[in-house]
Design a protein around this ligand. Structure first.
Ligand SMILES: Cc1ncc(COP(=O)(O)O)c(C=O)c1O
Length: 486
């Protein structure tokens, strides 16, 4: 393909994508294909001879699109939003065009320095403590990781190495392997699956402590667990708290957790993958309480900042703790500007060596929406979440399971779990909206998250009509069965 064809293919693909996103509501949110559908449609070998891009684009429409779950549809209400935006898509395209890999400053100075700029912009926008800024005097700063999962793993790995070094300094008689075997980490039973997984990958047991009836992990629960473990000879290294849990968007009590972490010299990481976007709003300032005392935190721009996946902001209070833990050098990675200024080589802050130019799409998105546009976006999700919550409250057949938080409403039809399961099954079979279940203390419930590229109140009304009418039909069918049986 030459540049001329690239222009033709690129503009046709752009038109295709603009049509797709503009008419996203025309698609059922869930696909109607069976497992293996694509394997049956595509050849088992790559083509021997080049094919035309027109054929390829035609096939994207013919065989790929039918197998998509439409995450950008406002009828998507499962998980949390994975919002993209037009500027972010362009940013992704330009980054692909430049094709750089920015693991060290010299590998593309613009990549590293733009990342420092946008991470500081974002930290200020979210009103984070100044020590997380690159521009601060201290060793703090932010980096763009691929995901919240990666950020949690980086935090656990760095905390692990720090804990091993510091324990051996005070107990030189204990061997390194024994110290490693006695390490223990903490989180809540409401934390995302990736936190437990970070423990598995870092070979550190992750104790999932019981959050209370209100789904919140507090300092007293952590303190009790740490005291038990220390008495048993274990070495606590990190607690991962969540602001905005996946199940119900509950907020762990960072103030009391940080006090305990300081007392026992335990690293405190905060996973604010979804709720972090609300730090920017004055009306949500309570969410930021205690953040001045945490060691690291992450927030997914791909959830709430209109930047497409993958893009997770991670801030470190003392980046040296990560750099010292991960630093492995080779002569071919060295460059003469290394360590000469405050500018990092981000390869030391992350798991892979290579790194994408993600800062470009962030910069483009922030500039074209502006801080005001981003705040309006978060506020819109909150407003639509409240709108849905009101619809649930007005219908006495349903109950809320947890207080609405931001754009997430957790609710269920009153009665046993079976009715929740059956209602969800019906909704999934009809494919007009997509939600998932969660469970707490044996009670199943439905999670309704405001999602999609440009959700509107009419989309929320559409979803509610679907949910309540399906419950009506289900109830009718059930009373018919009971009558027949009687
Ligand atoms: C609270 C929380 N943490 C972590 C994750 C995992 O995010 P990622 O896919 O970026 O690893 C999610 C996903 O929704 C989440 O809700």
């Amino acid at each position: 393909m030459d540049a001329k064809e690239f222009r033709e293919f690129g503009s046709a693909a752009l038109d295709f994508m603009a049509d797709y996103l503009e008419n996203i509501r025309d698609n059922e949110v869930l696909p109607s294909v069976e497992p293996g559908y694509l394997l049956d449609l595509l050849p088992t070998e790559m083509p021997d001879k080049p094919e035309s891009w027109k054929e390829v684009l035609g096939d994207i429409n013919r065989v790929i699109k039918p197998g998509l779950t439409h995450w950008q549809s406002p009828n998507m209400h499962a998980y949390y939003p994975s919002s993209t935006s037009y500027p972010s898509i362009v940013g992704e395209m330009l980054a692909g065009g430049f094709g750089i890999i920015g693991f060290s400053w010299i590998c593309s100075p613009a990549c590293t320095e733009l990342e420092m700029v946008v991470m500081d912009w974002l930290a200020k926008f979210l009103k984070l403590p100044a020590h997380f800024l690159h521009a601060s005097e201290g060793p703090g700063g932010g980096i763009i990781q691929g995901s919240a999962s990666e950020s949690a793993l980086v935090a656990v790995l760095a905390a692990r190495e720090q804990a091993v070094v510091s324990y051996r300094e005070s107990h030189p008689e204990v061997s390194e392997s024994e110290v490693r075997g006695r390490l223990v980490a903490y989180s809540s039973d409401q934390s995302n699956s990736c936190i437990e997984r970070a423990g598995v990958l870092a070979a550190v047991p992750m104790r999932l402590l019981p959050a209370g009836e209100d789904f919140v992990l507090r300092g007293e629960t952590l303190k009790q667990a740490i005291e038990e473990d220390v008495a048993a000879g274990k070495i606590p290294l990190i607690c991962i708290a969540t602001l905005g849990t996946t199940g119900t968007c509950a907020y762990d009590d960072i103030e009391t957790l940080s006090a305990v972490c300081e007392e026992f010299k335990v690293w405190l990481h905060v996973d604010a993958a979804y709720a972090g976007g609300a730090f920017a709003l004055d009306e949500c300032s309570d969410l930021r309480k205690g953040l001045d005392r945490v060691d690291s935190l992450n927030f997914n721009l791909h959830k709430f900042m209109l930047v497409n996946f993958d893009c997770t902001a991670m801030w470190l209070r003392d980046a040296n703790k990560v750099v010292d833990s991960f630093n492995v050098d080779r002569i071919y990675l060295k460059h003469k500007r290394e360590g000469q200024s405050q500018i990092p080589d981000f390869r030391h802050w992350q798991i892979p060596l290579g790194r994408r130019f993600r800062a470009l799409k962030v910069w483009i998105t922030f500039r074209t929406f502006g801080a005001e546009g981003l705040r309006n976006h978060v506020r819109k999700h909150i407003k639509l979440g409240k709108h849905f919550e009101q619809l649930v409250i007005k219908d006495s057949r349903f109950e809320l399971v947890a207080p609405r938080a931001l754009g997430l409403v957790c609710f269920r039809p009153k009665g046993d779990n079976e009715i929740t399961t059956q209602l969800l099954q019906r909704l999934m079979d009809r494919k007009k909206i997509y939600m998932v279940r969660a469970e707490h203390a044996g009670r199943q419930f439905l999670r309704f998250a405001v999602c999609g590229i440009d959700p509107k109140a009419s989309d929320i009304d559409f979803a509610w009509e679907e949910i309540e009418s399906q419950l009506t039909d289900l109830q009718k069918e059930q009373s018919l069965i009971i009558r027949k049986a009687g």
